[in-house]
Ligand binder design. Structure first.
Ligand code: BJ8
Length: 430
């Protein structure tokens, strides 16, 4: 997000059809935000420098890597949901990138297609695309949407026409036998689409390699999240969130190595009793909607209030990381069944009923010794806003206070949020 190397990439951005003036404005704003939220932190782990570098090049070097991969015959596949298996994309030697956006941009343009009461995440990926500032969407050979919430499902009817090639994955709504069969059928259909797109047949060896790569990536982030159980916690909540956000963009093998390097350093910090804040600070678990990059609104507010964030129960967090895919099986069909076994457990609020999620929140509270839960929902996100009532009732019944926050990507409510978070932190202080 730095503009230092911007001149090197202007031709690339122009070739991708970006609006250079608007794109400059976006990079300028994000660079400043990154400085304030990330680079201003004291005593960060040294190994976070890799992630600073990735972010400084997120519209530069990484996009160039994608275009180089394309030039070498590989296909770039953009996704919006952790239900779309990266393993299958890797099995055709493709590159998967997350396209969710976490900043308010192009809202007026987005509202030509979407009602005002659409969640900020959907408006954001429309705004970024319509204002021509997202090099990722522009670079994709295929964009995959999925029938999860109504907002995404219906908005893809417009969005599909704005990208080079669009594919829609149907999604079950219930964790029933029929729901599982639907997901299995959809994964087989998606595998065939990828084969057609890439001109490559998925083999057992290639799919197994893809599974191993993604298992290793998820294991590295789970390791990171386990280390946050220490008191004092060895890494700030915003840095841990950043790592999880970068997981949707970076090369998976390089990313895994970099996360494990952070974990090694955090282990040394824990052994030395070193933390990002003194021990005994109120410990908070954030639960709810995914925070796509560069949505860094809530963590700095929580940390400035004197609390530490010890985990994220979110798709940019543990919801997207639980459970490995088994590599057992000697056919592509059996490996796809293994994918279904893992993915069908994801406890997204678009499923009904969704009791597993509350169980997972409780588990995380125990494992991370959280003193309170902040339920984070985007305004107009019916699945998570409605489910938050049950989360509050049932988690509080177990003696753990919950604060429900409904917000968007704007800054208008920051002071109000700050007041509510400070009062909550005071309430849970030990
Ligand atoms: S598996 S959480 S990534 S669907 S915030 S667009 S739900 S109205 S993002 Fe999600 Fe997949 Fe589920 Fe995860 Fe709709 Fe809500 Fe907006 Fe949302």
């Amino acid at each position: 997000m730095s503009q230092e190397n911007a001149t090197d990439y202007r031709a690339m951005w122009a070739d991708l059809g970006l609006d250079l003036a608007k794109h400059d404005a976006l990079l300028g704003a994000l660079g400043q935000m990154y400085q304030e939220v990330y680079l201003s932190q004291a005593d960060r782990p040294e190994s976070m420098r890799y992630f600073d570098f990735v972010m400084s090049e997120v519209h530069g070097l990484r996009v160039k890597e994608l275009l180089d991969a394309q030039a070498a015959g590989r296909r770039v596949v953009g996704t919006f949901c952790v239900f779309v298996p990266e393993e299958l994309v890797l099995a055709v030697d493709g590159v998967a990138v997350g396209l969710c956006a976490g900043a308010e941009f192009g809202t007026e343009a987005a509202e030509r297609y979407l009602p005002r009461n659409t969640c900020a995440l959907i408006k954001s990926f429309f705004g970024f695309t319509l204002e021509k500032v997202c090099p990722y969407t522009a670079a994709c050979d295929l964009v995959v949407g999925e029938n999860t919430c109504d907002g995404k499902k219906k908005s893809y009817e417009h969005f599909g026409g704005m990208v080079k090639r669009f594919y829609l994955m149907d999604m079950p709504q219930m964790k029933s036998t029929a729901g599982r069969a639907l997901l299995a059928g959809e994964y087989r259909r998606f595998a065939a689409e990828l084969e057609e797109l890439s001109g490559r047949e998925i083999t057992v060896a290639a799919l197994r390699r893809g599974i191993e790569t993604v298992n290793a990536k998820r294991a590295a982030i789970r390791r990171l999240n386990q280390l946050r159980a220490a008191d004092p916690t060895p890494i700030s909540g915003r840095d841990a969130l950043l790592i999880q956000q970068v997981s949707f963009y970076d090369d998976p093998v390089r990313f895994t190595g970099s996360v494990n390097a952070v974990c090694d350093e955090l282990e040394r910090r824990i052994a030395a009793g070193k933390g990002t804040a003194p021990a005994g600070r109120p410990r908070i678990l954030i639960s709810g909607c995914p925070m796509a990059v560069p949505n860094w609104k809530l963590p700095p507010i929580v940390e400035a209030a004197g609390a530490v964030i010890v985990g994220e129960e979110s798709c940019v967090g543990m919801r997207g990381l639980r459970n490995e895919v088994s590599t057992d099986g000697d056919s592509v069909a059996s490996l796809i069944e293994n994918l279904v076994d893992r993915y069908f457990n994801i406890d997204c609020a678009t499923f009904t009923p969704n009791p597993e999620r509350i169980g997972h929140i409780r588990e995380m509270v125990d494992e991370l010794a959280a003193d309170g839960v902040i339920h984070y929902a985007l305004q107009f996100c019916a699945p998570y806003q409605i489910e938050s009532v049950k989360v509050e009732e049932q988690v509080e019944r177990g003696g753990v206070p919950v604060l429900r926050v409904d917000t968007d990507y704007g800054s208008e409510d920051v002071e109000q949020l700050r007041t509510r978070v400070e009062a909550f932190v005071e309430r849970i202080a030990r």
